[in-house]
Design a binder for this molecule. Sequence first.
Ligand code: NI
Length: 402
Amino acid sequence: MKNLPMPNTQQIAWMRDIRRHLHRHPELAFAEFATARFIAKQLGELDIPCREQVGRTGIVASLGSRKKGAACVALRADMDALPITEQTGLPFASETPGVMHACGHDGHVAMLLGAAALLKAKEAELPGRVVLIFQPAEEGDGGAQGMIADGALDGVNAIFAGHIDRNYGLNEIVVQPGLISAFTDEFTIEIRSQGGHAAKPHETADSILAAGQLITSIQGIVAREVHPCLPAVITIGKIHGGDAANVIAAQVVLEGTVRTTSPETRAVCIASLQRMTRAMEQLHRVKTSFFLREGYPPVVNDPIAARIATEVAAGIVGQDMVKGQPLPSLGGEDFSFFLQKIPGCLVRFGARHTKLHDAPAHSPRFDFDEKALSTGALFLAQTAVSTLERMKELRGPAPNRA
Ligand code: NI
């Protein structure tokens, strides 16, 4: 079928209004009730049937061929906000104190609805089925897993998504085959002693001294134990211990995250963290506990899906606006759970604002250039169509994907 057209003026205004409505009414992970209702209403107005409460607060819609065995491509948008108090001063700033769309997921929903409108206009011509996945809880709770468990990927052959990114210029599209994000495990370490009088250290063990030494020792893991050519980060982001200047603290709690890109490096870091924590018992006469919370696996883009995405992107924004991402980000993204099931590709949509409005993602002043919405919508819709047309390549023999 012919390439889809850019969204028209009406559709662009409609997407902007959707983004601003969601921005004004952000909701945290698994509490996206009003967001889901709003999305279902928009889909209803487009005459696209949808299933609600998938993976708790998610939505799955589909359009195109209903034939059994028809090729099927999914497009995914995440829809949760962050526990941040907005300070942008925008006329459509969050009306919910302490909650803000500071990662652009409001834009992702607007883009996917925009893609839905473009696809709906050509529904009769679609060379297969397109599934739209509106996913809750990307920001740490792994909402993708619940969507998969509730059948969001049933019959789906490939999946695509995009993330708004102010590190790239407006309308740049970043496509990179292979690994682009990290394992995101988190840990909690408890160090305990009896506590005691600050002037009588010989009567007890000192949890704060042990914590101080442990923090310093942990920095040796990446520097001395991990293969120097493989990326790894261990950050301790939280420390709590002690109550008074004249008391030896009975307990210190440390919390941190381990970011790695290979299972081997991940195993080294976790084992070393455990070993060093235990070693404090010998060294400082304290008791310790180590808890690991497994995070997301890395996003690994399928090479053939990435090739299709690259070609579609070049067709929309021009070859010189299509960028690679040669170094992986050590951030996390739960789109990886979908990619563990079927091939696909996550791209980044450049959306840097003017200097005046530029602020990092996950910060209280984050905003993006809304002109990226129409590019994103067209990219998603056209990628779905092109992938349906080229499904044979994706289903090709394994060596093709080496
Ligand atoms: Ni995000």
